[in-house]
Design a protein around this ligand. Structure first.
Ligand code: SAM
Length: 232
């Protein structure tokens, strides 16, 4: 269970209403029962139920069970699509070890706004289900051109470009710098965006094979390729 509270030996951890409902209403835990906790900063801890109520409760931290495992410094930039498929992308990015998730508004993005707080909850649930000790941060939506203007000099950009269908995957040799993966919207990238992205020295263009994939499939495929070639 993820808790937004620092963990440590002898720490008392207050529970939020929905956490108390889940642990005591759904999982039927009682005082004295054990729970595994993580706070995203200090690994995983074994805790004991100290107080169990319908809407509140308290856990008591016992000892650490796993050290913190930070994922590689990988960002996923993606243009939000329909709600369920955007949720899917965030969930899979969290499972597959992205450290930061950035919804971007591109020329052909159909979503005007996304609720980063709602998406953050999906990231928490995904991290919980795969036994992680870290939750990626979901940022507020930002315009792609603004991100490109301030793009960090030392961060590689893996630009998944549907116009490069059929090319082979080329992972560059210089892999010490951190990476970001960019996935476009249903309508793909505009010519102007494609030109700007290709002109950036940090850009490496990636083809995901001979067919145009749906954006959610493309995100999973790109994360898999990156993890296979460069992940730890
Ligand atoms: N219309 C479909 C949909 O509803 O999702 C296709 C969307 S495709 C244009 C969305 C994004 O996935 C692209 O902008 C690109 O980032 C990535 N993508 C899909 N197929 C790709 C491929 N074969 N090579 C590289 N990127 C690809």
């Amino acid at each position: 269970l993820f808790v937004d509270h620092p963990l440590g030996p002898e720490q008392t951890v207050p529970l939020e209403r929905d956490q108390a409902h889940y642990l005591f209403g759904v999982m039927r835990l009682k005082p004295g029962d054990h729970v595994l906790l993580f706070d995203g900063q200090s690994g995983e801890w074994l805790a004991e139920v100290a107080q169990a109520g319908k809407r509140a409760g308290e856990l008591h931290c016992l000892h650490q069970t796993k050290p913190l495992h930070l994922p590689p410094d990988l960002w996923l930039l993606f243009a939000p699509i329909k709600k369920a498929r955007t949720d899917f992308i965030v969930e899979k990015a969290a499972e597959m070890g992205a450290a930061r998730i950035l919804p971007v508004q591109t020329d052909f993005t159909n979503s005007e706004r996304v609720r980063a707080d709602r998406l953050q909850k999906h990231a928490v649930e995904a991290a919980e289900q795969c036994g992680g000790t870290f939750v990626p941060k979901v940022e507020e939506m930002e315009r792609l051109d603004r991100l490109i203007s301030g793009w960090p000099q030392d961060r590689n950009l893996l630009f998944c470009d549907e116009a490069r269908v059929g090319d082979r995957l080329m992972i560059p040799d210089a892999t010490s710098a951190p990476w970001a993966i960019l996935i476009g919207p249903e309508g793909g990238f505009s010519d102007a965006e494609r030109k700007r992205l290709r002109n950036m020295p940090q850009t490496h263009v990636l083809s995901l094979g001979p067919r145009i994939l749906r954006a959610d499939t493309a995100a999973v495929a790109a994360l898999t390729l990156w993890q296979s070639a460069l992940g730890d």
